[in-house]
Design a protein around this ligand. Structure first.
Ligand code: ACO
Length: 362
């Protein structure tokens, strides 16, 4: 029961995670198919099918999402300087918390647009640069990169970010999605659900892992330093970031999807080959050491390991990786929150009391 391991806590028609086969299916379509053919807004259209009166699954949401990015940028213009100076994920949490709460389609679109617009704005502010307003005519991923870089991204960069956002869009009842569903089950509103989800995502055991993956690669430095460094970390009782998963007993299929994106960036000359070479050596060594460290538990590469390299190659600073994760997962959080509101009940489990009993009155 610890950590609700193995407990089914919700029914969903959104995504299915098969931990034994290493398969992720979103609305009946495999991750492989989605990353090969879909932009983020296409997966959003798929995820939100029938959850709002405005989303029938046929009408693409790209135009509405672009317009929502423009509307949400107004909140950047009026943002408190102290909030913008916070660490990126804390700034994102505070900026999202300022948005109106509600359960409707407009609120939902605003919440998906928010991390896509706020993240580049916060990063640019930390670099002493002005935020760039959205261009509603661009695809979601292209606009995020343009707002970050200040110029038009190339096609390979856009494809790589789309691949990441699609891979991160939904993943069963992970900790942040569960947090969103618990909040939504009280009918508190989608903004409240998303703020709670962001708080859960932030932790290094969940969406906070990819920044520390880069710290680990930097500390290792050279492929032949991987073994002694990783052995020492395990001997200190540390967890290796980017490895292990509650559900997967085989390699996380999202890790492969992201690796393909890295290889495409490499062919386009957008990735330092030495960085990928180091990461591959660290992965090989970590997997060998983890199988000896915990032979009874299959600890494999998860989404976050190659995500770190991909987001670095796209120009995101490691402090903001969790915000980019939120930009992808927002679509799934909102879908789950709506599904919970429409079809679920108040989530209210029991706890087993293990404290002292009242002494009987004398
Ligand atoms: N490195 C070293 N040891 C590990 C790792 C790891 N990455 N992962 C698990 N273990 C060990 C645990 O310490 C535990 O040993 P213990 O009982 O002696 O403490 C044992 O393996 C069993 O762990 P699990 O039951 O698999 O752990 P759980 O399901 O609670 O945790 C988690 C899953 C949090 C992802 C874990 O594997 C971890 O901490 N990984 C590193 C952080 C990380 O990469 N997070 C991103 C996850 S993916 C995502 O959220 C999108």
């Amino acid at each position: 029961m610890s950590g609700l391991d193995g407990v089914i806590a919700a029914e969903t028609a959104l995504s299915d995670v098969d931990g034994e086969a290493g398969r992720l299916v979103i609305r009946g379509r495999s991750l492989d198919e989605l990353v090969a053919h879909c932009r983020y807004e296409d997966v959003l259209t798929l995820l939100w099918t029938t959850l709002f009166p405005e989303s029938d699954g046929e009408k693409p949401l790209a135009g509405e999402l672009g317009a929502a990015r423009v509307r949400v940028f107004e909140y950047v213009r009026t943002a408190d300087a102290q909030v913008l100076a916070l660490a990126p994920v804390d700034a994102l949490r505070a900026l999202v918390a300022r948005l109106e709460d509600g359960t409707d389609f407009t609120t939902a679109l605003r919440l998906v647009a928010a991390p896509a617009v706020f993240t580049p704005a916060v990063i640019r502010r930390a670099r002493g640069l002005d935020a760039i307003p959205p261009d509603p005519g661009l695809s979601h991923a292209a606009d995020v990169l343009r707002m970050l870089q200040g110029n038009a991204p190339d096609l390979e960069q856009v494809a790589a970010l789309d691949r990441y956002l699609v891979s991160a869009s939904d993943h069963g009842l992970n900790a942040s999605t569960f947090a969103a569903r618990v909040i939504a089950s009280t009918h508190a509103g989608l903004t409240s659900a998303m703020v709670g989800a962001l708080c859960a995502l932030k932790g290094p055991l969940h969406g906070g892992a990819p920044g520390p993956v880069l710290d680990m690669l930097d500390a290792i430095g050279q492929p032949d330093e991987a073994k002694p460094w990783l052995e020492a970390a395990l001997a200190r009782g540390e967890r290796l970031m980017g490895f292990g998963h509650r559900i997967y007993r085989v390699r996380d299929p999202r890790a492969d999807a992201i690796k393909v994106g890295l290889e495409e960036l490499g062919r386009a000359g957008r990735l330092d080959p030495g960085r990928l070479h180091l990461a591959e050596a660290v992965e090989r060594t970590a997997l060998a050491l983890l199988s000896r460290h915990r032979p009874e538990r299959s600890l494999q590469t998860n989404l976050e390991f190659y995500t770190a390299l991909l987001l670095e190659a796209l120009g995101f600073p490691r402090q903001a990786f969790t915000c980019v994760f939120a930009a992808g997962r927002a679509g799934g959080w909102i879908a789950h929150a709506r599904e919970q509101m429409l079809r679920g009940r108040l989530i209210r489990p029991l706890s087993r009391y293990v404290g002292p009993r009242c002494s009987e009155a004398a």
